[in-house]
Write a protein that binds this ligand. Structure first.
Ligand code: AMP
Length: 595
């Protein structure tokens, strides 16, 4: 790895540097090393990066360093595709802003009671992290104004546009002051993203991580799909399930080296942390202990593990995904040394799925999916270990005193030798039961981008007697063609508001004044509650189940009053928003004379 630059050298504000230290980040990730200097200079930026590359800090650290925050003004706006991401990004920004005096970060997303958001916004919202649909709602109601925004960031632009937010994003961007700084992050560059870049990014610098291709022949690579909160449990099971000699586990931060190591130690593993925080001598000692076999597992950051050369390492576990393919290749190169074969296991959370593909491409090798060992497999391993330990005692220890006591006990208890031996075995395994009870960890679902890859699956679904797909229920939406609504808008609104996979959304039928959508019978009530408050293109969707006693209104006889049905920008007549912008019609797009 050649990025030797430090956070101190990047020119961040001292308060921000303090926050970075507190977060335990050792060095800037590649996208940070490229994006931070450009954003600090006030340039617009196009970042090609996906989740897991450290892109949130890549824009948040320089923008927080640069922006002059004023008490009741919204100075920084971040747009994200989903509510999950808006919460996550808001939390990260709040953390990076912790040493700045009073910077309030407010996440604004669909699905949450809007009045709760009104309150938070009223108190002050210096940074808003929003999903486009809900932000438009607030703009309509005048609860958010964007005229003081100094910087705007589009996070995961491709996902946002893929979910049908294109027009909303354009609308929002055209309301941002012309001189505001702009940054756009996207993992891929489809046509719609290029259009947004062309129309709204003006002159910009680029931060892109080059994926060098490398081959790593003698290493078997696997990945495990796991939810973030199950990672620790999954790690313990992987360690037990694998036949390994030495193991190196990679995490992102110094804190994580000690946290993960302590938790593994508590489970009885022979493990130590290794981070840049430790004095050089201590680091060397830890590596030596691993070499000598006095230690089996080391939990390290990239920096601390740089150049480790220990033949005994049979396994590298990427507990936290690396930022880029280069560090992935470097990490897994710590195993398979000296012509031996090695194993690399990569933990992937659903949001990080795209990095998997990038890595596969760069290493030109498929990474196999792996599953966790079952309770039976772990049981068999524990029994085998136990037997090995007994074998060891039989050969290496003088057992005469123990044999004497054992025989005495057998006589006093009046039991068979086998019975007493079984009871002793039972006692000895209590700390590490040889028949472990293990909770089933749920397999996370991967939301495929726009569900394009699953296109064929939909066609195979069977239709039930009532014309609805088997296993599905039909729901009514009070928006139709005359509201300029497309199926894409409906999928985008449902997937975005309720943060569910677009893959589970069934058939959509569009009528002039309403539409219907099919959702799985087992859809969570919480999801349905969220959807019942959903708006689509500014119209209350009045989402509800279609039952026999509540049929949809006849298309021709629909009497419901549409607030904004004919307007392209339905809220443009509403006061607060209009007032802020005079009588100009909506500027659909604006060019910045990109040179
Ligand atoms: P993101 O790509 O923004 O979703 O970030 C992924 C993860 O990397 C988050 O958990 C961050 O806290 C972490 N992270 C970001 N930058 C760094 C860094 N320079 N060093 C260590 N961890 C980082």
């Amino acid at each position: 790895m050649d990025q030797e630059i430090t956070f101190e050298e990047l020119g961040l504000a001292p308060e921000i540097l303090d926050a970075v230290k507190a977060a335990g980040y050792e060095t800037p990730s590649p996208i940070q090393a490229k994006a931070i200097p450009a954003l600090l200079q006030g340039k617009n930026l196009l970042g090609t990066a996906q989740t897991g590359t450290g892109k949130t800090a890549a824009f948040a650290l320089p923008l927080l360093s640069r922006i002059e925050f004023n008490a009741h003004e919204t100075s920084l706006l971040v747009l994200t595709p989903t509510r999950e991401l808006s919460i996550q990004v808001a939390e990260a920004i709040q953390q990076y802003a912790m040493k700045l005096p009073k910077v309030h970060v407010v996440p604004v997303y669909g699905g949450q009671d809007i009045s709760v958001q009104f309150k938070a916004l009223k108190r002050s919202a210096n940074v808003i992290v929003a999903t486009p649909g809900r932000l438009i709602d607030h703009l309509k109601r005048g609860s958010i104004t964007l005229d003081k925004v100094q910087a705007v960031v589009l996070d995961e632009a491709d996902e946002m546009l893929d979910m049908g937010f294109m027009e909303d994003v354009e609308t929002i961007l055209s309301e941002i002051p012309e001189n505001a700084q702009r940054a756009l992050f996207s993992a891929t560059m489809p046509k719609e993203v290029l259009e947004i870049i062309d129309e709204h990014l003006g002159e910009y610098s680029e931060a892109r991580i080059e994926g060098k291709t490398t081959t790593v022949e003698n290493i078997r690579q696997r990945f495990l799909l796991v939810k973030s909160h199950d990672k620790m449990e999954a790690l313990a099971r992987v360690i037990e399930g694998e036949d390994f000699d030495g193991m190196l586990i990679f995490v992102r931060t110094k804190q994580a080296t000690s946290e993960v190591s302590e938790r593994l130690e508590a489970r009885g593993f022979n493990v130590a942390p290794l981070s840049g925080d430790l004095a050089q001598t201590l680091r060397e000692r830890t590596i030596n202990r691993l070499k000598m076999g006095k230690l089996d597992i080391v939990v390290a950051t990239d920096v601390a593990a740089r150049g480790i050369d220990v033949d005994r390492i049979t396994h590298v576990v990427n507990y936290d995904i690396p930022y880029d393919t280069e560090s992935y290749v470097h990490r897994i190169g710590r195993t398979g040394r000296a012509g031996r074969s090695g194993n690399a296991i990569l933990f992937i959370t659903p949001r990080e799925r795209r990095l998997l593909k990038t890595i596969e491409k760069a290493t030109r090798q498929p990474i196999e999916a792996m599953s966790l060992p079952s309770a039976e497999q772990i049981s068999a391993k524990r029994i085998a270990n136990f037997q090995k330990k007994i074998q060891d005692k039989l050969t290496n220890t003088d057992l005469s005193k123990f044999r004497e006591i054992f025989m005495k006990m057998t006589v006093e208890l009046g039991s068979d030798i086998e019975e007493v031996a079984a009871a002793a075995l039972c006692l000895a395994q209590e700390r590490e039961p040889i028949f472990p009870k293990m909770e089933q960890l749920s397999t996370p679902k991967i939301r495929e981008q726009g569900d394009k890859d699953n296109g064929g699956e939909r066609k195979e679904r069977k239709e039930g007697a009532n014309g609805v797909e088997e296993g599905y229920l039909r729901y009514y939406l009070a928006v139709g063609r005359r509201d300029h609504v497309s199926p894409r808008d409906i999928v985008g609104a449902i997937a975005g508001e309720a943060d569910i996979s677009s893959a589970i959304i069934g058939r959509i039928k569009l009528f002039d004044k309403f539409s219907t959508v099919e959702l799985p019978e087992n859809t969570d009530q919480g999801v349905l509650d969220i959807l019942s408050e959903m708006t689509i293109r500014g119209n209350d969707a009045k989402f509800r189940l279609m039952t026999d006693d509540a049929p949809p209104p006849k298309d021709r006889g629909f009497k419901g009053k549409k607030k904004f049905s004919k307007e392209k920008k339905p809220w443009s007549k509403e006061k607060p928003f209009r007032e802020a912008h005079g009588d100009k019609p909506f500027r659909k797009t604006r060019r910045f004379g990109r040179h």
